[in-house]
Design a protein around this ligand. Structure first.
Ligand SMILES: *Cc1c(COP(=O)(O)O)cnc(C)c1O
Length: 249
């Protein structure tokens, strides 16, 4: 490593330690087992070479919003043992790419995508973990099912045997008002409780993927089991969030 790399490595390592400590602290405050929360580092816009340093610092799972960027990094880092999670909207015609390398898909919100992804996974002889994305903030700019559509949607999922349904994913409202953010997380917990009663057997809704750099502690307070954290680990992104969530800002 040269000095710049060493600096980047130390920064990632320190940020990672800080986030992990905050997860532990929040869990302890809430009487939750700290091992019940998984940290998924989100690596969008971070170049592959920097991700080698992140890998050395302990990131062995990486979440990407866009399938194209995920593919490029998967190929560039193929020599490392990284589990890739796709956490953003997927177009049906891109399902074949995801089926080749992803371990997890956290943004399922249409049966067309479910059917195509299942078919492609069968071709590959693989199965992956899948989360159903819910639009908990009622914002036009967000992907995900409206909360009232989730019950009927999940009834169709047992037909897709290569999709191991694990839980729900959401992005809370972008707001500095903690109460409004918390409302989104509470809504998710309620949907989870309903699904535990009513979902078809064979599907599991134990996982709640919610919380990002700005709100992961709140999310843990409300029951998150997966937090997706990018900027708090890798530094501020050069691209505005509107690049990822059209309609924003
Ligand atoms: C970018 C992104 C995150 C992480 O956001 P940060 O602000 O970098 O922590 C989480 N979830 C999704 C779906 C994302 O696209």
């Amino acid at each position: 490593m040269d000095t710049t790399q060493e600096q980047q490595f130390n920064e990632i390592k320190n940020n990672l330690a800080t986030v992990k400590q905050r997860i532990v602290d929040t869990c302890q405050r809430m009487g939750r087992d700290p091992t019940s929360v998984r940290l998924l580092p989100v690596t969008k816009t971070v170049p592959a070479e920097k991700l080698r340093l992140a890998y050395a610092a302990g990131c062995h799972e990486m979440g990407e919003n866009k399938i194209q960027e995920a593919r490029e990094k998967f190929e560039a880092l193929n020599d490392l043992d990284i589990k890739w999670a796709v956490i953003g909207h997927l177009q049906t015609n891109k399902a074949k790419y995801l089926a080749r390398f992803a371990s997890e898909f956290q943004a399922l919100d249409s049966l067309k995508v479910a059917a195509e992804l299942d078919k492609r996974l069968q071709n590959e002889g693989r199965a992956i973990d899948v989360y159903v994305q819910v639009n908990s903030s009622d914002e036009e700019s967000k992907f995900g099912l409206p909360p009232e559509a989730v019950r009927d949607f999940v009834k169709e999922l047992p037909s897709y045997s290569s999709l191991r349904i694990k839980g729900l994913m959401t992005l809370a409202i972008f707001s500095s008002d903690h109460d409004r953010v918390r409302e989104c997380f509470i809504k998710m917990r309620e949907i989870q409780a309903m699904l535990r009663q009513e979902a078809p057997s064979g599907l599991s809704f134990d996982e709640l993927s919610m919380g990002m750099s700005g709100d992961y502690e709140l999310a843990i307070e409300e029951g998150a089991t997966v937090v997706r954290v990018g900027q708090a680990i890798f530094g501020k992104r050069p691209l505005p969030d509107s690049h990822y969530w059209p309609g924003l800002g």
